[in-house]
Design a protein around this ligand. Sequence first.
Ligand code: F6P
Ligand code: MG
Length: 448
Amino acid sequence: MTEAELETLRVPPSLSAKVEGSFAYLTIRDRLPTILTKAVDSIHRNKDKFFEQYGEEGVRAEKAAIGLLSKLRNELQTDKPVLPLVDELEDADGWNCYLQRHEELQGEQDPVSWFRSPWLYVECYMYRRIQEALWLNPPISGFDAFQEAKTQSYFESQRAVMALCTHLEGLRKTVAGLPEDQLLEHFDRLLQVSLWGNKCDLSISAGQDNSQKTSPIDSLAELRPFILVDDTRSVWSALVSARERGGPGRVDIILDNAGFELTTDLVLADFLVASGLARTVRFHGKSMPWFVSDVTAQDFTWTVRQTVASNHRFMSESGVQWQSYVREGVWTYHDHPFWTQPHPFCDMAADAPDLYAGLQGSALVLFKGDLNYRKLTGDREWAPTAAFGAVLRGFAPAPLCSLRTLKANVQVGLQPGQAERLSQRQPDWMTCGQYAVVQFHSPPRRGP
Ligand code: F6P
Ligand code: MG
């Protein structure tokens, strides 16, 4: 066993807002209340629409939902105990059992609360409570309080999307006959575009505009030194070896944010299919509004439709192509309640065995973004040199890769001394969103 693997056997504590001044602490103290305020504003701004649609009933629901969200903000800011969910939605029991598990772990002296419990858990819980506040108030139960922010971020990145679709159109025409080394170059480029697309999430900016304004392809060379771990070669090999074994395989993309990031994922998926590196692509999104900008089914279909409707020729042609992939079942969209639960992914095999089994059929699973990285690593205080494969703690349904810009203080798989040098150069390197990783792990091969 290597030093890094041995080091990893000792499971460190979860990141938590207990540590005053930590990024987790500042997120809970400052960023989450701001996000809640923006959700309230969005519901309030739609009051007239609710009245037009549902009459007085809509206005009553708007008031009641805002009341619940204001109460939630107060619980958070005064570090009240985490409460069981009362909405009786399908996943409510699972959440309540999870709370019970934490209560048992923490003991009576130390209630499960916003600033004292694992950050990953309470941050996920906040989004589930937003869902509860709306769900308890029909007829506005299905309202997405982050929809407007997501739509705005999509429109603000239009120039970058046009540049990307123009690049894709050119590539689609020539990709069939390209020699392997050139294919790898294009793959490398579009993987990086999808990686840097992750800069544009609206949770880190507490809902402020964070969209891509310039051509993403032109910025890649400049951004390359900011990729701290680059396992692109291994990702490529996983796809090529699947293709050699039985023809192009299936790629699963665990999506993160709507807006520009989703477009970069669709462009990558298009390239994978057009080039014969993948036969099918399964997209996995969220079944409720999540971490402000995460993709829901509604965002996915809206984005494809919107791209078709564009006045820009290459955007519209890309949209038409994507629509036909969806129609023919080459691309499919899935959501599973596990993606909006607080569990680290090492719990998936036990807590969502159907999802785990489904991923096992994949040639490659791409995990987009920071939150997925936190869940892959369990959001713990790992040493930066701990081995990526080991901190997954048995989670290895298929060859997998994390494409993530760093926005939380968890990072593994670095070289000895690398983290120290980064801290000297830029103390907030783990949370400023300027650095990124392409980190790969493959389960050990079974049989001869
Ligand atoms: O609220 C902070 C946070 O949890 C950070 O970890 C991260 O910045 C963001 O939310 C989510 O980022 P992403 O959209 O990349 O998962
Ligand atoms: Mg996100």
